[in-house]
Design a protein around this ligand. Sequence first.
Ligand code: ADP
Ligand code: MG
Length: 321
Amino acid sequence: MASEFDLIRRYFTRHADSAVLGVGDDCALLQPRPGMQLAVSSDMLVEGQHFLRGTDPRRLGHKTLAVNLSDLAAMGADARWALLSIALPAADESWIAAFSTGFFSLAQTFGVDLVGGDTTRGPLCLAVTVIGELPGGLALRRDGARAGDDIWVSGSTGEAALGLAHLQGRIRLPDELAARCIDRLEVPQPRLELGGRLRGVASAAIDVSDGLLADLGHVLEASDLGALIELERIPRSGALNSCPDGELAEQCLLAGGDDYELLFAAASSRHDEIVAIGAELGVAVTRIGTAVDGVGKVRVIRADGTTVSPSRTGFDHFSVD
Ligand code: ADP
Ligand code: MG
């Protein structure tokens, strides 16, 4: 059976061009580029909590890194390095090889080098720390929104949560829809290019991991604002529109989570610039509402002026619902 060190060498050691020293010593050595600030973030994925037992390991490798890169995107940072700490119940080499393939394939897409981590036996748990860079003072913080700013979302929300509902047997989607929604759940695409281009353009940003309204709430709370969101403006994918359960689809849209889209605020004078950035990158960007005075309150209204009262706004690991 392979030792801890064999596993690290075989599956988690790759040449790291961007590091002074990568995997293999007590620490990695990293040199940020002149004038750059480091953006650092960790996210942990626990089996049964963040992914279902039996999830395809290659997809899990992708998602483990993707959810972390999404945080760098939401800050407007360029991704540079990652550390991977992994607890495995057994040294199942075909599982580890597939996981590593998914992880490194996404890392390569965005020029991220794996420079360290930890490998131990235990209940399956995957923790990544990512490190990015951005020019000082240009980070897209949650607390930068101003009253009157437009509120935007990239792509569309809800499909990942619908995919999860399907896998959990809460709804039965037609095969093609199910496949699309499960792809959104298991192979999310971090919006790094968009985040980078929004530096100096957006006033605040967050990535949608817990649910559109919940994550909007975090920005508003940090910025001491409220918001008016127009339900019909929120982009709905074809999958959501053709979902046989309209109520579930709307709940997924507003509160589903696992979308890894960017939700951001920007002065209305930036409108055309943002539309042009979206067009250039081939990423849908949609204005869904406006930031207003009044701390923490999100009002979602329909076109006829009535207010939507969602039963929940998003996912919270420690609240029971
Ligand atoms: P230490 O005993 O100092 O914690 P380890 O034996 O845990 O060192 O790790 C040896 C080297 O391998 C270190 O450079 C560490 O960062 C790296 N490493 C361990 N596990 C992983 C992993 N899953 N992915 C990437 N690097 C890893
Ligand atoms: Mg160690």
